[in-house]
Design a protein around this ligand. Structure first.
Ligand SMILES: [Zn+2]
Length: 274
């Protein structure tokens, strides 16, 4: 399936409520890995598949659909006056690149105990950032590519080694020359700066509000400080190959709380010529 059909669609549900003046607007990608930005009357309550979703004071909210999200999701809306509406959202199902490699020697590469401990500490730091639920709708700025270049790794791809599935690739990789400047793709606040993570090397995370965070890995330099407010386009770091990688590239991940999203569905395709 091509990427384009997965991209931005706006649904206006003017007749969602008996009182016709109310309007619900949903814009984004209704597909596995997609993010949808909703607008509704301030004061409304929103739940997706039974789980409450934060609504900003301007009436904005986020819906995220994971790599393996079901084909239908239930959106429940309750307006300030008590009027209630339930919508079924159809979620496009995707096929992911699966690479099966069999007959590998059974000798496993496992990190030594000190590294295992380090990895678990670093994973906890990342998890903590991903749990933050800031009330500011920074994401309303929209998203650009943080760096331009050939895409060397796509979201959702998975390797199956000797029949054992590995974790799916939970972001997008962009190849670019060492030292190329990486910018914040959207407004936000820097929520993590780490000079040397085991897997991701020099790493930055940005909080875009409402539980939406992004991560930038393998950088050669970091240009921001923890807690710094960044705007769409602010330089945050430089392309490198720190951490467990073989060549210079940016690993860019976007997560809504624990749910990994496909960054490509936020930005649209990489501009031509890259
Ligand atoms: Zn990657």
């Amino acid at each position: 399936m091509g990427l384009i059909p997965l991209l931005f669609m706006t649904i206006l549900l003017a007749g969602a409520f008996p009182a016709a003046a109310q309007e619900l607007q949903l814009t984004g990608s209704f597909a596995q890995g997609g993010l949808v930005i909703g607008r509704i009357d301030p004061g409304a309550r929103v739940a997706l598949d039974g789980k409450d979703v934060r609504v900003s004071k301007e009436g904005m909210f986020l819906l995220g659909f994971g790599r393996d999200a079901a084909a239908a999701a239930e959106l429940r809306l309750v307006l300030a006056d008590g009027a209630e509406s339930v919508q079924t959202l159809r979620i496009t199902q995707r096929e992911y690149k699966i690479q099966r490699i069999d007959g590998l020697p059974t000798k496993k590469v496992t990190p030594d105990p000190a590294s295992v401990k380090r990895i678990s500490i670093e994973n906890a730091m990342i998890k903590k950032v991903r749990a933050v639920d800031t009330d500011r709708a920074y994401f309303a700025s929209g998203f650009d590519w943080p760096v331009k270049g050939p895409i060397s790794g796509v979201f959702g791809s998975q390797r199956v080694l000797n029949g054992k599935p590995k974790n799916p690739h939970n972001g997008v990789d962009v190849a670019a020359p060492q030292g190329t400047v990486i910018v914040a793709p959207a407004d936000g606040v820097v929520a993590l700066v780490h000079g040397d993570m085991f897997y991701t090397g020099k790493t930055v995370m940005i909080d875009h509000g409402h539980g939406l965070t992004s991560v930038y890995a393998h950088m050669s330099a970091i240009l921001v400080k923890d807690g710094q407010k960044v705007a769409r386009g602010t330089p945050i770091g430089k392309i490198g190959k720190t951490g467990r990688v073989t060549g210079p590239h940016l690993h860019w991940g976007v997560t809504l709380f624990g749910t990994h999203l496909d960054p490509r569905l936020l930005t649209g395709p990489m501009p031509k010529g890259n």
